[in-house]
Design a protein around this ligand. Structure first.
Ligand code: 6GP
Length: 824
């Protein structure tokens, strides 16, 4: 047993006590939310002991630590996950049951912490889970946004964004650590002096604004190993009066300004996925959490070590995309201005400490800060960036004499902008992509010049996901079945799941596997009945596309194909057609017009199709409101088909694709991102692949695109579908509702390149792939084999594997074993 405190009677008593001390109530009087809090505090008690023990073990081992710097951690709910990882889920479930409390209902009381947008943020969360499970010392560093990702409401088919006040009831799992507060300074000017004693240059920031960063620590529990790492997210508060400069004391105006700045900085997560918006406040957020985290990191190092020149032996910083790359100049600043190193010494340390991950090649996601904004907000940091750039360009000109093209492409400062990716690549020791194909595209196209100059820095780390959340917690029926069949080794070593492979020839096993899928479909159908009021047939094919809404992800292609199917069914009522349920879930960035129009279109098509009695329920379309980690777990478990249909070359990796595969859903997709590796593992015959290859897409792009009208005028069925966007079929007669979408496909006037994402080009191959899906599904034996094989071949896609690769190739950490922190 993980801890005696999870013994039924002990645990029950603890929950009763907590309800009493927190709320002055008995269990019977307490609300579900109060019980959630009481249960969480009881769980936290056990965590805290292990947390202390972990930190002590790290300290004794003097172990190297990774700092995973990220603007986003899309954690999802903690209670259930913590119980799974403490191997106490079933004990606690039983204990609560004896008190007439349903653990699942209690879990639903927890707000879904959504401090992230999508793939990049969820990856960070999976990585933390794996780091703890694999016994590696780690910190996640981020921002404690008051408002995370917005809640999505669908009103009249349109997305409406509602603020998500996730901290309203308090977060039982966090610890406020006021004593580790750090000051962060913005703006002002830099005065330069010579130190009269040492003769060294000193840089003094004057007339700045500052805020106090307050850390909140959240425990990251490893699976069954008593390791607890820390996710440290920073809150901001105004520096109180007595800390203001002499001159400013009693300056009411300034005090109010600082108060407002503090509130604003951590107020809200920017709801953009794969998109840069260039807002000053966003840069403030970035510098705020980076400066605070680095100050804390150095302070911790100095407690045990006195030579700052060896910092890189004890810490390594992974920068999650460019958002945290201001860590490069900030670390230089701290080493030079605060620790007294000279430039060369500081560079040596910084460049051995910082590593950068690229998560996208989408041009609109590239962070390029206007120099005037950057230098005004971060004057000292800007000086350092200038110096990095100056020294780098000397190297470039040495290597490529007379080649000013190279300088233009590779400089950090160019055309009035600070190019953050260039800075990260030049300064750090490692640059990685997130799937094989993506890394190859970086090396051969996007970052070609850098790859030529620094080939040794480039490496691939194919993404992964945690099987603890996305199978053990999200799909308990399948998890239990797998454990019965092959033991529970897969929980910490997913390669073991390959032991399911022989079962594809076992009829009984196949039947059981499909029965579990069916039960999960019933569970999802109940959720949808409750939330959408739509009745589903769990025997229909559940075809699911859930991910952020983005043109390159091509939800538009999916819905156009549904419109096409609907036309077919209406026109040929007699044609054989296996009933299909198409399920979408997606949030659109608040200002992303075409994305929002796509949501409206999906909902309108759903309305028409679902209410057309004449098609006998053969086709249903569902839009899941407020897609997020908690309902994602239900969706992955219930899916028959995984839609991964991005324009080839655009999806760096994808991670949803892996979650579907793990839960036994074959991929219907393009050869993009990690789909390529999924197909490699499971075999092309166990996936449904279609469409242009990444090389074909890139070739078209290099020749300025293609002409979608050639397809439009030669494929009348497709033409009819596209025309239906404008004839009011799905818009109550309104001819303008989908005009932007229509124009994005065909109109050269309104869009840089018509059909930039090759929707028309890929439409027929996509429709044909759907036919193959239907055919395969009709053959129960074949389908059940495919489904099991997908689960059985998913071993590579655990974030445990990914983390081991980061550790071996980049971070060079050692495992630390932690004794139980529980008093015996
Ligand atoms: C995403 C990529 O789009 C996705 O393909 C990948 O799986 C995920 O990162 C994790 O690596 N990128 C983002 O979410 C993003 O905002 C700047 O990139």
């Amino acid at each position: 047993m993980y801890s005696k405190r999870f013994e039924k009677e002990t645990f029950k008593a603890e929950v009763r006590d907590n309800v009493k001390t927190l709320y002055r109530k008995t269990i019977d009087e307490a609300t579900p939310q109060q019980i959630f809090q009481a249960v969480s505090y009881a769980v936290k008690e056990v965590i805290i002991d292990d947390w202390l023990a972990s930190q002590k073990a790290y300290d004794e081992a003097d172990a190297k630590t990774v700092y995973y710097m990220s603007m986003e951690f899309l954690m999802g709910r903690a209670l259930g996950n913590n119980l799974i990882n403490m191997t106490a889920y079933s004990e606690v479930k039983e204990a609560l049951k004896e008190m007439n409390i349903d653990l699942n209902a209690i879990e639903d009381e927890e707000p879904d912490p959504a401090l992230g947008n999508g793939g990049l943020g969820r990856l960070a969360a999976c990585f933390l889970d794996s780091l703890s499970t694999l016994n590696y010392p780690a910190y996640g560093c981020g921002i404690r946004y008051r408002y995370g990702m917005f809640k999505q409401k669908i009103e009249n088919g349109y997305q409406v964004e509602v603020p998500d006040n996730w901290l309203k009831e308090g977060n039982p799992f966090e610890l406020r650590r006021e004593e580790y507060a750090k000051e962060v300074r913005f703006g002002g000017n830099i005065r330069f002096e010579k130190d009269p004693e040492t003769g060294k240059d000193i840089f003094i920031q004057e007339n700045y604004e500052s805020v106090l960063a307050i850390p909140y620590d959240m425990p990251i529990v490893g699976y069954g190993n008593h390791v607890v790492n820390t996710l440290r997210v920073w809150d901001a508060k105004a520096i109180t009066d007595f800390q203001l400069d002499e001159f400013d004391r009693g300056n009411y105006h300034k005090a109010v300004e600082q108060e407002n700045l503090a509130k604003l900085i951590v107020d809200v997560l920017y709801p953009n996925d794969n998109h840069y918006s260039g807002k000053e406040l966003r840069l403030k957020q970035q510098y705020f959490f980076i400066s605070a985290s680095l100050q804390a990191m150095i302070a911790k190092y100095k407690k045990k070590h006195n030579d700052i020149r060896k910092l890189h032996e004890k810490v390594v910083i992974q920068m999650n995309d460019t958002h945290p790359t201001v860590a490069v100049p900030e670390l230089m600043r701290l080493l030079i201005d605060e620790e007294g190193l000279n430039w060369e010494e500081a560079w040596e340390v910084m460049s051995k400490t910082c590593a950068y991950t690229n998560h996208t090649i989408m041009a609109e996601a590239l962070e390029k800060w206007p120099i005037d904004l950057f230098s005004r907000l971060l004057p000292r940091i800007y000086q350092i960036v200038q110096e990095i750039d100056r020294r780098f360009l000397i190297q470039v000109r040495e290597k490529y004499p007379g080649n000013e093209e190279k300088v233009k492409k590779m400089a950090i400062l160019m055309d009035g902008q600070v190019r953050m990716a260039n800075m990260a690549i030049i300064s750090g020791f490692s640059v990685n992509g997130v799937a094989k194909l993506h890394t190859e595209i970086l090396k051969n196209q996007e970052l070609k010049d850098f790859y030529e100059m620094f080939p040794q820095k480039f490496n691939n780390k194919t993404n992964g996901i945690t099987q603890r959340r996305f199978l053990a917690h999200g799909n308990p029926l399948l998890a239990g079945w797998i454990t019965d069949r092959i033991g529970d080794g897969w929980l910490t070593d997913l390669s073991k799941i390959a032991n399911l492979k022989p079962l594809v020839n076992d009829e009984q096993a196949r039947r059981e596997f499909m029965q579990i899928k069916h039960k999960n479909k019933v569970r999802l159908a109940e959720y949808i009945k409750k939330h959408n009021g739509i009745e589903l047939d769990p025997r229909s094919i559940f075809d699911v596309q859930v991910k952020r809404l983005h043109e390159y992800k091509r939800q538009f292609l999916n819905i156009l194909h549904i419109m096409y199917l609907y036309n077919q069914i209406k026109e040929h009522p007699e044609m054989s057609f296996y009933p299909r349920t198409f399920i979408f879930g997606a949030k659109a960035a608040a200002g992303y017009q075409r994305a929002k129009e796509t949501i409206k279109l999906i909902n309108s098509v759903a309305d028409v199709v679902n209410n057309d009695r004449s098609i006998n329920g053969k086709l249903k379309v569902v839009f899941i409101e407020d897609y997020r980690v908690s309902n994602a777990e239900l969706l992955f478990a219930a899916a028959d088909v995984s839609e991964q249909i991005s324009t080839a070359s655009k999806e760096a990796s994808g991670t949803g694709n892996m979650k579907f595969m793990l839960n036994g859903a074959p991929t219907l997709g393009t050869m993009d991102g990690a789909n390529v590796e999924i197909v490699q593992e499971v075999g092309e015959e166990n996936a449904f692949i279609f469409g242009l290859s990444s090389q074909e897409v890139i070739n078209y792009e290099n020749q300025g695109g293609y002409n979608p009208l050639d397809i439009y005028f030669n494929d009348w069925e497709l033409k009819r579908v596209i025309d239906q966007l404008m004839d009011g079929t799905y818009a109550n007669g309104d001819h303008n509702m989908y005009k932007n979408l229509y124009n994005s496909l065909l109109n050269t006037q309104c869009t840089a390149r018509p059909d930039m994402y090759f929707i028309l080009k890929d439409f027929r191959p996509y429709a044909e792939a759907h036919k193959r899906v239907e055919e395969a599904y009709r053959d129960e034996q074949r389908w059940s084999k495919m489904a099991i094989l997908n689960t059985a071949c998913s071993g590579k896609f655990s974030s445990d594997r990914t983390i081991e690769e980061y550790v071996t190739d980049i971070w060079k950490l050692k495992k630390v074993y932690v004794p139980s922190g529980q008093p015996e």
